[in-house]
Design a binder for this molecule. Structure first.
Ligand code: ATP
Ligand code: MG
Ligand code: MG
Ligand code: MG
Length: 475
């Protein structure tokens, strides 16, 4: 089944059951707590919070999502994209646990000839929140599975809330066992073996306080109980397409194939290269989808994420040995695949491609300028008999010329030199602290700065560019 077919079947399954199909919202909804829409329920929040009355009691959607905190997992796990599509069914005070479980189990186990996923029941493991006896009983009743096939997980995995007082509730997940090659028997923390592909949230509690994922106070029951589910389209695609991971599915793999052609390296030959190929496939797609929804590269939160994704894609191609402009070769491949569903990619291509390619050009310029400074610094160092580039120099390259530290490290290694990384990190932290203090002292700037920093921190330590001023919002 190609991804388009999985999407169609998902929506049809729920439409047959009285759900109104709702098109995906933009990735950029106005929500003070979110940079990007990161789950199918986000556009429905006003209904779940009782702020607005929904025009339907049952809905189904396939929502575009971006999760920046997952960036470090991309290409390393089988299942994390920065961009992905979440299929979801929603009940607003209508059906609850029993029917939600029935609907999910039916779609997952129905044969492909009958319009389902055709998953082998003997490999499926529902999970519940330990103590949710109602869910335990229902799973056993509906699936006929024995008690020991139902995983009991703690609140960290299986209790949902928005992190603030308001609605909350236990979850059930559907996991599929991919076999001993991916982890030990019965170890549900081996998440690439017992792969989660669907999460069912049973919104039933009214929370009066949320201190952490595991520490919250339930004040009582919600007057109207809701259902919110999320199924990863790419995860079902890779499970049904017989490939190893989400980057190899029909709408993503062609980008890897083009990257193979360009670089002359083969996917599957070297584990480090494979991660780079998968990062390329993911980042090219997510940056294209972000630009399509109106983000432009910049130094403020959303623009920073986009810049980082684009530069990381270009950088990964460079590490694969390809140094010419890569995006004009790769992004049209992703457009042709994603454009079947998201036709705006075709209509708006002129603008999208211009934004993406200009950012690659800017990055190439940065690399060129930084390289001459780097060469000067290493020549001096060698003349004086040194073997370690100082933290100061690495920091100046980064801070003044926007030269990524990982490139400094790589180029130094090529010349048999080391870099005082610890000194570099110390200077980075000092700068970060100064920026924080500065932001705090400027009225109104604090929120932007902390949002920005949260993103930067969640994207790992190898901050790849600079030139931003955290106290301004340059867009
Ligand atoms: P995981 O534990 O694998 O990180 P999750 O528990 O964070 O997943 P949920 O928040 O429950 O995921 O989201 C619902 C569904 O969306 C997941 O069951 C999965 O199928 C899909 N999903 C979540 N994050 C990603 C991602 N980064 N890339 C692709 N699919 C995802
Ligand atoms: Mg996750
Ligand atoms: Mg999970
Ligand atoms: Mg989950």
């Amino acid at each position: 089944m190609d991804t388009a077919e999985i999407r169609r079947r998902f929506v049809a399954h729920f439409e047959r059951d009285g759900h109104t199909p709702v098109p995906s919202a933009s990735l950029l909804l106005d929500d003070p707590n979110l940079l990007f829409v990161n789950a199918g329920m986000v556009p429905f929040k006003p209904y779940f919070l009782g702020q607005e009355t929904p025009p339907y009691t049952r809905a189904a959607s396939v929502q575009k999502c971006v999760r920046t905190p997952d960036i470090e997992d991309v290409g390393k796990t089988s299942r994390h994209g920065t961009f992905f599509e979440m299929c979801g069914n929603f009940s607003f005070g209508d059906y609850f646990k029993e029917h939600a479980i029935e609907l999910a189990w039916d779609l997952v186990t129905k044969s492909q000839a009958d319009g389902g996923w055709g998953f082998d029941e003997s490999k499926l493991y529902p999970s519940i929140l330990d103590g949710d006896d109602e869910a335990l009983h229902l799973w056993k009743k509906i699936t006929g599975l024995p008690d020991d096939r139902i995983a009991r997980l703690g609140p960290k995995e299986n209790y949902w809330s928005m992190g603030v007082p308001g609605p909350g509730g236990p979850c059930s997940e559907l996991l599929i066992d991919r076999g001993p090659a991916y982890g030990p028997d019965g170890d549900f923390s081996a998440e690439d073996r017992y792969l989660e592909f669907w999460n069912l949230v049973f919104m039933q509690d009214e929370l009066s306080a949320v201190r952490s994922k595991e520490d919250f106070d339930i004040a009582g029951s919600l007057p109207k109980k809701n259902i919110d589910t999320g199924m990863g389209l790419e995860r079902v695609a890779f499970l049904t397409q017989g490939v190893d991971n989400m980057y190899e599915i029909d709408v993503m793999f062609p980008v890897i194939q083009m990257a193979e052609q360009l670089s002359g390296r083969r996917y599957g030959a070297d584990p480090e290269d494979d991660i780079r190929f998968r990062v390329v496939a993911d980042h090219v797609r997510s940056s294209m989808m972000l630009i399509s929804d109106g983000v432009t590269p910049g130094n403020e939160a959303r623009g920073y994420v986009l810049r980082r994704l684009l530069r990381r894609a270009v950088r990964s191609m460079r590490l694969l040995g390809y140094e010419d402009p890569a995006l004009p070769e790769l992004m049209p491949i992703s457009r042709d695949k994603m454009g079947e569903t998201y036709t705006a990619l075709h209509q708006d291509w002129e603008r999208i491609s211009t934004v993406a390619y200009a950012e690659e050009q800017a990055f190439r310029q940065t690399l060129r300028a930084g390289t001459s400074i780097f060469d000067l610094a290493t020549t001096e160092l060698k003349e004086s008999g040194g073997t370690q580039l100082s933290g100061d120099k690495a920091f100046a390259l980064h801070d003044t010329y926007g030269f990524p530290i990982d490139i400094t490290l790589e180029m130094a290694a090529e010349q048999g030199l080391s870099v005082d990384e610890e000194g570099f990190r110390r200077l980075m932290n000092e700068q970060r602290q100064r920026a924080k203090d500065d932001a705090r002292s400027k009225k109104g700037a604090h929120r932007d700065a902390s949002a920005y920093r949260e993103v930067a921190d969640s994207m790992g330590h190898a901050v790849e560019f600079t030139g931003y001023d955290v106290t301004t919002d340059e867009g």
